[in-house]
Design a protein around this ligand. Structure first.
Ligand SMILES: NC(=O)c1ccc[n+]([C@@H]2O[C@H](COP(=O)([O-])OP(=O)(O)OC[C@H]3O[C@@H](n4cnc5c(N)ncnc54)[C@H](O)[C@@H]3O)[C@@H](O)[C@H]2O)c1
Length: 245
């Protein structure tokens, strides 16, 4: 196993992904803009991890994170582009600055991390399994009110996945996306009535229960691991059978 970078590792799904990849035997380099939640993940991992608070919008800080991670734990062999923001604002009212912020984190941030990690993956050489997983979202299918800026970045994550899979495949680097449904996380506090939201989710899924972050992390584990050695350019929908794509 190699070195996995997880962005947004202090968040609900990022925490579970970091824990699962550590369990798989990956050495971890993790980052988040929120210091206290990043520390919670570091503590949950027993402290044996390279961690740094970085704002994905800061390209220089991001580059320094990857350089220092390489020095501390070795060249990156897996990247999970997970950090994202999802402000719910009616389309006709959203300020341009807020739109640009969503794109700076969810789109430009994914692009920058993929490039910084990709360069180290080339350096790591073909003896190592190397892959990128971009976290997309069920919201890119079928439309979603008040999330227009966010959904464009999630559709973009899938397009980026396919473009990079095509370009990096000849170097042996796999690139896939995971598109989560509605997992039971802190994120749904954005809804006015979380219980009604939860009931709506279960009603729409084929499986009549909420998914857990650990179940999403298991799919990321599969895609970053040797069992997915011939899988690239794909988007795995992990949503309990809500959208079937
Ligand atoms: N929770 C779900 O059900 C769900 C559904 C669909 C897609 N997703 C996707 O899964 C991923 C994780 O979502 P989550 O539910 O864990 O959300 P979350 O808000 O719990 O985690 C996101 C993390 O990203 C970090 N972050 C935000 N802005 C940042 C920045 N500028 N620089 C660095 N880090 C920053 C946050 O601090 C946070 O820890 C996201 O890509 C999200 O779009 C989640």
């Amino acid at each position: 196993m190699g070195v996995a970078v997880v962005t947004g590792a202090g968040g609900s799904l990022g925490h579970a992904i970091a824990q699962r990849l550590a369990h798989d035997g990956q050495r971890l380099a993790i980052t988040d803009v929120a210091e206290h939640t990043l520390k919670e993940t570091v503590d949950a991992l027993g402290g044996d991890v390279f961690a740094r608070v970085v704002d994905l919008r800061d390209a220089d800080a991001l580059a320094a994170f990857f350089t220092d991670a390489r020095r501390e734990v070795g060249p990156v062999t897996a990247l999970v582009n997970n950090a994202a923001i999802y402000p719910t604002v009616p389309f006709l009212e959203m300020e341009l600055a807020d739109y640009e912020s969503v794109h700076a984190v969810n789109q430009r941030g994914y692009w920058l991390c993929a490039q910084l990690a990709g360069r180290q993956m080339v350096e790591a050489g073909t003896d190592e399994d190397r892959s990128i997983v971009n976290i997309a979202s069920i919201t890119m299918h079928g439309g979603w009110e008040k999330l227009a800026a966010y959904v464009t970045t999630k559709g973009g994550a899938v397009a980026l996945t396919r473009a990079l899979a095509r370009e990096l495949g000849p170097r042996g680097i796999r690139v896939n996306a995971v598109s989560p449904g509605a997992f039971k996380t802190a994120a749904e506090e954005i809804y006015d009535d979380p219980e009604a939201y939860s009931a709506m989710v279960v009603e729409r899924q084929a499986l009549k229960r909420r998914g857990t972050p650990a179940e999403l992390a298991a799919v990321v584990s599969f895609l970053t691991g040797p069992d997915a050695a011939f899988v690239t350019g794909q988007t795995l929908e992990v949503n309990g059978g809500w959208v079937m794509a």
